[in-house]
Design a binder for this molecule. Sequence first.
Ligand code: FMN
Length: 163
Amino acid sequence: MTKLNGPHTIVLVTCREHMEIAGKTQLKEDVSTVGWHMPCSHKPKMYAIAIFKNHFTAEVIKKSESFAVNFIPHEMEKEALFCGKHTGYHMDKFVEGKIETEEAYSIDAPIIKNALAVIECELEHQYESGDHIIFVGRIVSEEIKKEGKRLLHIDEDVFSTTQ
Ligand SMILES: Cc1cc2nc3c(=O)[nH]c(=O)nc-3n(C[C@H](O)[C@H](O)[C@H](O)COP(=O)(O)O)c2cc1C
Protein backbone atom coordinates (compact mmCIF):
# COMPACT_ATOMS: atom_id res chain seq x y z
CA MET A 1 0.00 0.00 0.00
CA THR A 2 2.81 2.45 0.87
CA LYS A 3 4.34 1.96 -2.61
CA LEU A 4 0.97 2.97 -4.09
CA ASN A 5 0.08 6.06 -2.03
CA GLY A 6 3.22 6.75 0.01
CA PRO A 7 5.43 8.05 1.35
CA HIS A 8 3.59 8.40 4.64
CA THR A 9 4.48 10.74 7.48
CA ILE A 10 5.15 8.45 10.40
CA VAL A 11 3.60 9.14 13.79
CA LEU A 12 3.74 7.37 17.11
CA VAL A 13 0.29 6.89 18.64
CA THR A 14 0.32 6.80 22.43
CA CYS A 15 -2.36 5.77 24.91
CA ARG A 16 -2.97 4.60 28.49
CA GLU A 17 -5.68 2.62 30.31
CA HIS A 18 -6.29 0.07 33.07
CA MET A 19 -6.42 -3.28 31.25
CA GLU A 20 -7.34 -6.82 32.30
CA ILE A 21 -4.24 -8.96 31.73
CA ALA A 22 -4.27 -12.61 32.84
CA GLY A 23 -7.09 -11.90 35.28
CA LYS A 24 -5.37 -8.87 36.81
CA THR A 25 -6.11 -5.19 36.25
CA GLN A 26 -2.95 -3.28 35.35
CA LEU A 27 -2.32 0.29 34.25
CA LYS A 28 -0.87 -0.11 30.75
CA GLU A 29 0.65 2.40 28.37
CA ASP A 30 1.29 1.69 24.71
CA VAL A 31 3.00 3.31 21.73
CA SER A 32 2.57 2.15 18.15
CA THR A 33 4.02 3.27 14.82
CA VAL A 34 1.30 4.45 12.44
CA GLY A 35 1.46 5.57 8.81
CA TRP A 36 -2.28 5.61 8.12
CA HIS A 37 -3.64 8.81 9.68
CA MET A 38 -5.24 12.08 8.56
CA PRO A 39 -7.14 15.23 9.60
CA CYS A 40 -10.83 14.73 8.83
CA SER A 41 -12.83 17.77 10.10
CA HIS A 42 -12.28 21.54 10.62
CA LYS A 43 -15.27 22.22 12.89
CA PRO A 44 -14.96 20.50 15.22
CA LYS A 45 -11.31 19.67 14.61
CA MET A 46 -10.98 15.92 14.19
CA TYR A 47 -8.18 13.48 13.38
CA ALA A 48 -8.38 9.84 12.23
CA ILE A 49 -6.02 6.89 12.65
CA ALA A 50 -6.38 3.38 11.17
CA ILE A 51 -5.29 0.64 13.57
CA PHE A 52 -5.23 -3.11 12.88
CA LYS A 53 -8.03 -4.77 14.89
CA ASN A 54 -5.83 -7.08 16.94
CA HIS A 55 -3.20 -4.54 17.96
CA PHE A 56 -2.85 -3.74 21.64
CA THR A 57 -3.17 -0.03 20.79
CA ALA A 58 -6.67 -0.72 19.45
CA GLU A 59 -7.65 -2.49 22.69
CA VAL A 60 -6.35 0.36 24.84
CA ILE A 61 -7.97 3.12 22.75
CA LYS A 62 -11.35 1.35 22.71
CA LYS A 63 -11.30 1.40 26.51
CA SER A 64 -9.59 4.74 27.24
CA GLU A 65 -11.48 6.58 24.49
CA SER A 66 -8.48 8.85 23.93
CA PHE A 67 -5.15 8.85 22.09
CA ALA A 68 -2.25 11.13 21.17
CA VAL A 69 -0.67 11.47 17.71
CA ASN A 70 3.04 12.30 18.01
CA PHE A 71 4.84 13.62 14.91
CA ILE A 72 8.44 12.55 15.31
CA PRO A 73 11.78 13.77 13.93
CA HIS A 74 13.56 11.63 11.34
CA GLU A 75 16.25 10.89 13.93
CA MET A 76 13.66 8.64 15.65
CA GLU A 77 13.66 6.07 12.79
CA LYS A 78 15.09 3.36 15.07
CA GLU A 79 12.36 3.97 17.67
CA ALA A 80 9.66 3.95 14.96
CA LEU A 81 10.87 0.57 13.71
CA PHE A 82 11.02 -0.77 17.25
CA CYS A 83 7.46 0.36 18.06
CA GLY A 84 6.27 -0.94 14.69
CA LYS A 85 7.69 -4.43 15.24
CA HIS A 86 6.86 -5.14 18.87
CA THR A 87 3.53 -5.36 20.63
CA GLY A 88 2.54 -3.78 23.89
CA TYR A 89 0.68 -6.98 24.81
CA HIS A 90 4.02 -8.43 25.93
CA MET A 91 6.24 -5.50 26.86
CA ASP A 92 6.45 -1.87 27.92
CA LYS A 93 7.75 -0.39 24.65
CA PHE A 94 8.60 2.92 26.31
CA VAL A 95 11.01 1.13 28.67
CA GLU A 96 12.40 -1.46 26.23
CA GLY A 97 12.70 1.05 23.38
CA LYS A 98 14.18 3.76 25.68
CA ILE A 99 11.53 6.26 24.57
CA GLU A 100 11.24 9.29 26.83
CA THR A 101 7.76 10.57 27.62
CA GLU A 102 6.02 13.42 29.32
CA GLU A 103 2.42 13.82 30.40
CA ALA A 104 -0.24 14.84 27.85
CA TYR A 105 -1.94 18.21 28.48
CA SER A 106 -5.61 17.35 28.00
CA ILE A 107 -5.94 13.56 28.05
CA ASP A 108 -4.76 10.78 30.35
CA ALA A 109 -1.87 9.48 28.23
CA PRO A 110 1.89 9.74 27.80
CA ILE A 111 3.27 11.79 24.89
CA ILE A 112 6.70 11.58 23.26
CA LYS A 113 9.19 14.02 24.78
CA ASN A 114 11.13 14.52 21.53
CA ALA A 115 8.04 14.88 19.30
CA LEU A 116 7.98 17.82 16.88
CA ALA A 117 4.21 18.20 17.22
CA VAL A 118 1.46 16.47 19.19
CA ILE A 119 -2.29 16.19 18.68
CA GLU A 120 -4.37 14.93 21.62
CA CYS A 121 -7.78 13.42 20.84
CA GLU A 122 -10.87 12.21 22.65
CA LEU A 123 -12.51 9.36 20.78
CA GLU A 124 -15.60 10.46 18.89
CA HIS A 125 -16.29 7.56 16.47
CA GLN A 126 -14.89 4.19 15.53
CA TYR A 127 -15.56 2.42 12.25
CA GLU A 128 -14.67 -1.13 11.25
CA SER A 129 -12.79 -1.00 7.98
CA GLY A 130 -11.91 -4.56 6.95
CA ASP A 131 -9.09 -5.67 9.20
CA HIS A 132 -8.53 -2.17 10.66
CA ILE A 133 -10.53 0.12 12.93
CA ILE A 134 -10.65 3.79 12.01
CA PHE A 135 -10.62 5.76 15.25
CA VAL A 136 -11.83 9.34 14.79
CA GLY A 137 -10.85 11.68 17.60
CA ARG A 138 -11.99 15.19 18.48
CA ILE A 139 -8.83 17.27 18.91
CA VAL A 140 -8.68 18.65 22.46
CA SER A 141 -5.09 19.90 22.30
CA GLU A 142 -2.57 20.53 19.53
CA GLU A 143 0.95 21.85 19.76
CA ILE A 144 3.90 22.36 17.44
CA LYS A 145 6.75 21.87 19.90
CA LYS A 146 9.72 22.57 17.63
CA GLU A 147 10.83 22.77 14.02
CA GLY A 148 12.54 19.74 12.51
CA LYS A 149 12.58 17.25 9.66
CA ARG A 150 9.82 14.69 9.96
CA LEU A 151 10.10 10.94 9.42
CA LEU A 152 8.64 9.58 6.16
CA HIS A 153 8.07 5.89 5.41
CA ILE A 154 8.94 4.76 1.88
CA ASP A 155 8.57 0.95 2.02
CA GLU A 156 9.49 -2.01 4.24
CA ASP A 157 12.36 -0.75 6.45
CA VAL A 158 13.17 2.22 4.16
CA PHE A 159 12.58 5.74 5.49
CA SER A 160 13.23 9.26 4.27
CA THR A 161 12.65 12.77 5.54
CA THR A 162 11.20 16.15 4.62
CA GLN A 163 13.36 18.92 3.03
C1 FMN B 1 6.50 2.18 9.19
C2 FMN B 1 5.35 1.47 9.87
C3 FMN B 1 4.07 1.94 9.70
C4 FMN B 1 2.98 1.30 10.33
N1 FMN B 1 1.71 1.78 10.17
C5 FMN B 1 0.67 1.17 10.80
C6 FMN B 1 -0.65 1.69 10.67
O1 FMN B 1 -0.91 2.70 10.01
N2 FMN B 1 -1.66 1.03 11.33
C7 FMN B 1 -1.43 -0.10 12.08
O2 FMN B 1 -2.37 -0.67 12.65
N3 FMN B 1 -0.16 -0.61 12.22
C8 FMN B 1 0.88 0.00 11.60
N4 FMN B 1 2.14 -0.48 11.74
C9 FMN B 1 2.35 -1.71 12.53
C10 FMN B 1 2.26 -1.51 14.05
O3 FMN B 1 3.01 -0.38 14.45
C11 FMN B 1 2.83 -2.77 14.74
O4 FMN B 1 2.12 -3.91 14.34
C12 FMN B 1 2.89 -2.68 16.26
O5 FMN B 1 3.70 -3.76 16.70
C13 FMN B 1 1.54 -2.76 16.96
O6 FMN B 1 1.79 -2.67 18.35
P1 FMN B 1 0.68 -2.84 19.48
O7 FMN B 1 0.20 -4.26 19.44
O8 FMN B 1 1.41 -2.50 20.73
O9 FMN B 1 -0.43 -1.88 19.16
C14 FMN B 1 3.23 0.15 11.14
C15 FMN B 1 4.54 -0.31 11.31
C16 FMN B 1 5.60 0.34 10.69
C17 FMN B 1 7.00 -0.17 10.91
